[in-house]
Write a protein that binds this ligand. Structure first.
Ligand code: N01
Length: 542
């Protein structure tokens, strides 16, 4: 059995950076990665049209001034191949690969209370003995396949957007079904429609989407960012979303109808999800939200030629932004093509899959290929896939039976020295993921340095601090409109999953201050203990 200081699970952006920082602390590290390469979400999600909907000058690491100056993005919103190339560059530039074991999954992690060590078992039957475990498993990494009756009887090809073949897929001359209309579907449908003979889109819930209006990177724009990167990165960290989006810091209700319309039109023409920054209360005030939703509905009506199809594509029963807002390239326009049809499976749900197609409301839609753009078991899926057992042999699955419980979204009581990068209860998916990843990794690095300095071996949150944080996260969510949508943020896309709003909506700026304050108070809410010793830091609730 090999012994190390730290096991990091996952070699996406979180895992790579965690490895870099742990090495700096002088720790021995093993990174275990299921894929054959680095990049996490950008390794798996290779569907046509996959691209980041946060500007890549902002969706990139800030920790290395050299890296952020030397890397050159070719587009405002980089596509998946370019982001994956960037992840590979980072792995090479910082010589990270030598500590990563690829094509290997962690199946269990068990805490040994006698020795204060974790025993991490992989599917290669290796057991690694480690003091720390860092779960850098990603928030959207466990692809969710629905279980329609008859799935195995289908004679054609099937794909999931979150698990796309590396060699790509040729849809030329094929009749393709796409099930789902979330971000992945909205990005891939226009691309598939350009190739396939016919595309049938199976929609359960229409989505709000804003044109991305992606453009090639210009030297001028790049220079503007790079000449001021340190200051701009600092500003990013203090925002709500970790994105400099030109937030218009007034209520939509505080301006005239004309001014409101002007603001929406300008944002619509600029493109991208920063549409939601048109006003400061779009996710907290129903009336304000209604004005933004109505504006998007009008755009759909103006874009889609067939009024019945336009109406079906128009979201009406949840506030804009409370399911993840999408950014697209010609999504609504694609429904004007002769080779694209929309199937409403809300009224007439899919009954079953048969050898040659999909049956909904007794109609058989004959298809050659099915693309499942059906999303992920978000935030908790990848964590609970691993059989994690803490003190007393208690499993994380049992502990989180009624929903995730974690202090700061970083650690959970009863599971000492186990950390989550962007776990449930932190801003994570409500933010620029790289900003949130860097904040967690740096906070944890400081925490472990603190433990080294005061010769502490074990750290663990108290139940009282955890309970207080979970309540704080819930209260923050219920001050917004988010819980009113049946979204994956709420676990609503997985039958039987507890309905809990999982990310922390306080904003990355405020969250950072809260985390820093806890560290400044000697890691308030955590207990620390020396090797083989009793806890020494008095547990104090928030
Ligand atoms: O998944 P989703 P996604 N029968 O869960 C439908 C990020 N992302 O992969 O809404 C029929 O959003 C489901 O219908 P409904 C981003 O955070 C980012 O598209 O549950 N339909 C929905 O339409 C995003 O939010 C980028 O009624 C079923 C769709 O499938 C997140 O990943 C790009 C069904 C799933 O949508 C997930 O996006 C792509 C069933 N049984 C993704 N089950 C960027 O640009 C599910 N559906 C950065």
């Amino acid at each position: 059995m090999q012994g190390v200081d730290a096991v990091v699970v996952g070699a996406g952006f979180g895992g790579l950076y965690m490895l870099y920082r742990l090495r700096e602390l002088g720790l021995t590290v093993r990174v275990i990665e299921a894929g054959s390469g680095v990049g996490g979400t950008w390794y798996w999600n290779r569907y046509p049209g996959a691209r980041c909907d946060t500007e890549t000058m902002q969706y990139s690491y800030s920790f290395s001034p050299e890296l952020q100056q030397e890397w050159r993005w070719t587009e405002k919103f980089a596509g998946q191949p370019e982001i994956l190339a960037y992840a590979n560059h980072v792995a090479d530039r910082f010589d990270l690969r030598r500590d990563i074991t690829f094509n290997t999954s962690v199946v269990s992690a068990t805490y040994d209370e006698e020795h204060d060590r974790w025993s991490v078992v992989t599917d290669a039957d290796e057991t690694i003995d480690s003091r720390f475990v860092f779960m850098a498993t990603g928030c959207l990494s466990t692809a969710r396949m629905p279980d329609f009756p008859g799935m195995s009887s289908f004679n054609g090809r099937t794909y999931h957007t979150g698990h796309w073949p590396h060699e790509g897929v040729d849809f030329a001359g094929r009749r393709v079904a796409v099930i789902g209309t979330g971000s992945s579907a909205i990005q891939s449908i226009p691309m598939i429609a350009q190739q396939a003979k016919h595309v049938a889109v199976f929609q359960r819930t229409p989505n709000y989407s804003i044109p991305a209006r992606n453009v090639p990177m210009t030297d001028d724009y790049e220079r503007q960012w790079k000449s001021d990167y340190p200051a701009l990165r600092q500003q990013q960290k203090r925002t709500r979303t970790g994105i400099l989006n030109g937030l218009n810091d007034v209520s939509a209700m505080a301006v005239s109808d004309d001014e409101r319309q002007r603001q929406y039109e300008q944002r619509w023409l600029t493109g991208g999800t920063t549409f939601m920054a048109s006003f400061n209360d779009l996710v907290t005030n129903k009336d304000s939200n209604h004005t933004a939703a109505e504006f998007v509905r009008q755009q759909i009506k103006a874009t889609v030629r067939d009024p019945a199809v336009a109406e079906l594509l128009t979201p009406r029963d949840y506030p804009i932004g409370t399911k993840r807002i999408c950014a697209d390239t010609a999504y609504f326009e694609t429904f004007n093509r002769d080779n694209v049809t929309l199937v409403d499976i809300r009224k007439a749900p899919i009954d079953r899959i048969v050898a040659d197609g999909i049956v909904a409301a007794e109609t058989t839609h004959a298809v050659d290929d099915i693309v499942f753009a059906t999303g992920f078991d978000a935030m908790t899926g990848a964590l609970l896939k691993v059989d994690i057992r803490g003190r007393g042999g208690v499993s994380l699955r049992d502990k989180w039976n009624a929903g995730p419980r974690a202090y700061l979204g970083i650690a959970t009581a009863g599971f000492p020295n186990l950390f989550m990068i962007t776990g449930p209860g932190s801003p994570s998916v409500l933010s620029n993921m790289i900003v949130s990843i860097e904040q967690h990794v740096e906070w944890l690095t400081d925490c472990i340095r603190h433990m080294q300095n005061c010769q502490m071996h074990v750290i663990e949150p108290t139940l009282a601090a955890e309970d207080a944080w979970v309540e704080h996260v819930n209260k923050a969510a219920h001050r917004t409109l988010y819980p009113s949508a049946a979204s994956w943020y709420m676990g609503a896309n997985i039958p039987g999953k507890p309905r809990v709003f999982m990310p922390y909506i306080g904003g990355v700026g405020r969250y950072r201050e809260e985390c820093d304050e806890i560290a400044a108070k000697g890691y308030e809410g955590f207990t620390l203990a020396p090797a083989g010793g009793a806890p020494v830091a008095a547990p104090r609730a928030l």
